[in-house]
Design a protein around this ligand. Sequence first.
Ligand code: NAP
Length: 316
Amino acid sequence: MGGCFRRRQGRQENATQRKEETKHGDLVYQWEQRRPACEDVETNVPCAQQAFAVGLASVMGLLSGKKGVVFGVANKRSIAWAIAQAWKEAGAELAFTYQGDRLKENVSQLAETFGEDTLITECDVTQDDHIDRVFNEVGDKFGGKLDLMLHAVAFAPKEALEGTFVATTREAFRVAHDVSAYSLVALTRAAAPLMTEGGSIVAMSYYGAEKVIPHYNVMGVAKAALEASTRYLASDLGEQKIRVNCISAGPVNTLAARGIAGFSSMLKHYEAHAPLKRNVLPEELGATGTFLASDGAAAITGQVLYVDCGYQVMGM
Ligand code: NAP
């Protein structure tokens, strides 16, 4: 991403080096402070527009000719939408799914901006018949070929994301794992036969898979299952040149995230403690998603990539 990061007052500014001649004729180098073009002293967030423009120029064409299917767009704040936009900018042609009529209009409005003939179809990932139908439609749409799949789907009953983990019911545990972890196995099994020239499958995870995050509870356990599934799927499908990876994202303000009790304090905590002293931007997840989908990541599979402004490396 470009070098146009907004900084808080008092932090080090960007600087450039300037050559100067002393009165003895020696050349010395002076550091010259330079204010970034789009500085905003109130935030520590990259200038999204400029960074995105730089990113865009460097990824255009990276995924040209690739066909992909995206699971998990609910609205324009969805991580799936950020990654889908980045994949499209890189040249991919995409199909979208939505869960149930409640989201149909939202997803259609967004996805149709990719072209009137974009495939937009219903898929509840807990329903095997939905999955079979979706991949038949995707195969028909893309001439029997698929290169990319994004899994950005998760769910746990609200009450399971509020109290203690020990209170998790059998049903909440089952539902969370079915929607958030098993679905990757089921979708990958259905996608693989279409990935005749290899492929890249990207799933979204979170640090709660690894460490205890208050209120994340059963979703953390489901994300651990998702990450372990990623490794087993990568092992099974590597010979077919199908790569399976997870992006472990820092917190992003989405519909699903707002269901976690205390989510806004999580955002503040990351901003205070992550090495980069800010939260990740959706377009940065898009850029990582594009990298994982591209040939640049051709030797990367079974991995969990942290895109969290460095939070995961901190011990305290
Ligand atoms: P989001 O916009 O609410 O997306 C979650 C999606 O999952 C929604 O489209 C949701 O549909 C869908 N979904 C739930 N149950 C489903 C089912 N049975 N079948 C099909 N789709 C279903 O939230 P998001 O934050 O972008 O989440 C995307 C992924 O990123 C999730 O895996 C999440 O765990 C992960 N992630 C998020 C964060 C964060 O801070 N936001 C951080 C790390 C990882 P409904 O709205 O109908 O339920």
